[in-house]
Ligand binder design. Structure first.
Ligand code: HEM
Length: 369
C-alpha cells in the first residue's frame, strides 16, 4: 500500500513536470508568450548562453582539425594553429573569449532565474538540469585549460587535482581513500602526464559536450512545455508572442553580441590578460611559476582557498551545491523580494572577489607579514 502510494506520487510528480499532453506545436510555440516587466531583459540571458555555446562547438570542431592531444605535440600544434593556419589565431581567440562570455552569461542567467523564482513548481526540473549544465560547463573550462600543455595550464591542473585529494584528510575510515581514487581516475597516472592529457581531451571534446547537449535538450524542451515563468512580483499582464516577436528580438541581440565578440577576438588576444606567456611550453623540470591562478570564473573559490582553511571551503562548497540543487524546495515559500536580496549579496560576493580578489589577498597577506 505504502509502496503503491509512493509510486503514484512519483508518477504525479513526473507528469506535472513533463506534461506530455502539452507536446504540440500549438502549445509549445504558437501559444507561448513572454511576459513584459522590469526584468524582461533577463529572458535574453539563456539565449545568449546558447549563442556562445554554439560558437564553442563550431570553433572547437575547427580547432580539432589541427590540435594534437599528445604531450610532445600539443603545445606545438597550438602554436602552429596560432601562427601558421589561416584564420587559426582568430578561431582560437574566439574559442577563448566565447568560453568566458558563455560562463558570464550562464552565471547571470542562473542569478536572474533565481531572483525571479523561475525554479518554482512546475519548473523544478528546468532548474536542476540548469545546475547540472553549470557543473558541466565548469568541467569543460577546467579540462580545456590543460589542452595547450603550457606551464600555467599544467600547473593549475595539478593544483586543482591536488585539492580533490586533500578532501580525504577530512573523511572517516575507508572513505578517506575515495578522493585519492577519484583523483587517480581523472589523472590516469601517478603524475599529470600523457594519460591525464588523453583523459582531459576525451572529457573536453566528447564526454562533457555529449552530456551537455543531452541535458540542454531537456532544459529547452521543458521551457517550451511550461512557457516562461511570470517573472517579478507584480505581473503587468502585458506579454508578447514568443514566435515570431521574441525570437526576432533574440536574433537581433545575438547579431549585435556576436559582432562585438568577433571584433574583440579579432583585436584583443585573450592571452594578453594572462601574466604568463602562453607560448612557454610545460617544462617538467622547471619550477612552478609563482602565483599561478585558475581562470577568472574559479576565483570565487580560489581566493577563499588561499586565505581560509581548506576544510571550511570544502564544506561551504558542498553546502552551496546542495542548496543549488534543492533551491526549488528550500526557497519554496520565500518571496521574490527576499530572493532578489539573496541574489544581490551573491552577485556582490562573486563579482567583488573576481575583480578585487588579488587586492584583498595582498592586503591580508601584507597585514600578516
Ligand atoms: C548551457 C547552459 C544553459 C543554457 C544554454 C540555457 C538556456 C536557457 C534558455 C534559452 C532559456 C529560455 C530563455 C531564458 O529564460 O533566458 C532558459 C530558461 C531557464 N533556465 Fe537555462 N540555460 C542554461 C543553464 C541554466 C542554469 C545554470 C540554470 C540555473 C541553475 C538555468 C535555469 C533556467 C530556468 C529556471 C529557466 C526558466 C526561466 C523561466 O521560465 O522564466 N539554466 N535557459
Amino acid at each position: 500500500m505504502v509502496k503503491s502510494n509512493f509510486f503514484k506520487q512519483c508518477l504525479e510528480f513526473v507528469s506535472e513536470r513533463i506534461p506530455v499532453e502539452k507536446i504540440s506545436y500549438e502549445a509549445m510555440v504558437q501559444k507561448k508568450s513572454v511576459p513584459h516587466h522590469k526584468m524582461s531583459w533577463a529572458y535574453y540571458l539563456g539565449g545568449l548562453t546558447l549563442l556562445f555555446l554554439s560558437i564553442q562547438f563550431i570553433t572547437g570542431i575547427l580547432l580539432l582539425f589541427y590540435y594534437q592531444a599528445t604531450v610532445s605535440d600539443a603545445h606545438s600544434s597550438v602554436e602552429h594553429i596560432t601562427q601558421y593556419v589561416g584564420g587559426g589565431d582568430l578561431i582560437r581567440n574566439l574559442h577563448a573569449w566565447s568560453s568566458s562570455l558563455m560562463i558570464l552569461c550562464l552565471i547571470l542567467h542562473m542569478m536572474t532565474t533565481f531572483a525571479m523564482k523561475a525554479f518554482q513548481r512546475p519548473r523544478e526540473l528546468t532548474w536542476i538540469t540548469g545546475v547540472v549544465l553549470l557543473l558541466l560547463t565548469f568541467a569543460l573550462g577546467f579540462s580545456g585549460y590543460l589542452l595547450p600543455w603550457h606551464q600555467i595550464g599544467v600547473n593549475a591542473t595539478k593544483v586543482g587535482l591536488q585539492s580533490i585529494e586533500l578532501i580525504g584528510a577530512y573523511l572517516p575510515g575507508e572513505l578517506a581513500l575515495l578522493p585519492t581514487k577519484i583523483k587517480e581516475i581523472i589523472q590516469g597516472d601517478s603524475m599529470v602526464e600523457q594519460a591525464t592529457l588523453s583523459r582531459f581531451f576525451a572529457l573536453h571534446v566528447v564526454v562533457c559536450p555529449i552530456l551537455l547537449l543531452g541535458i540542454l535538450g531537456f532544459h529547452l524542451f521543458s521551457i517550451q512545455l511550461h512557457g516562461m515563468s511570470e517573472g517579478v512580483d507584480h505581473p503587468t499582464g502585458k506579454s508578447e508572442k514568443f514566435f515570431p516577436t521574441f525570437i526576432l528580438k533574440d536574433l537581433r541581440v545575438w547579431s549585435v553580441v556576436f559582432c562585438a565578440a568577433f571584433i574583440t577576438a579579432l583585436c584583443i588576444p585573450f592571452d594578453s590578460f594572462s601574466p604568463f606567456p602562453l607560448l612557454a611550453p610545460y617544462d617538467a623540470l622547471g619550477s612552478t611559476p609563482p602565483g599561478i591562478k585558475p581562470e577568472w570564473y574559479f576565483f570565487f573559490i580560489y581566493y577563499p582557498l588561499e586565505l581560509l582553511p581548506f576544510w571550511l571551503i570544502a564544506l561551504l562548497q558542498n553546502l552551496l551545491l546542495a542548496i543549488l540543487f534543492l533551491a526549488p524546495w528550500i526557497f519554496k515559500n520565500t518571496s521574490r523580494k527576499a530572493l532578489f536580496l539573496i541574489t544581490l549579496v551573491a552577485a556582490i560576493y562573486f563579482f567583488g572577489i573576481t575583480i578585487f580578489g588579488q587586492d584583498l589577498y595582498n592586503l591580508i597577506m601584507g597585514v600578516h607579514s
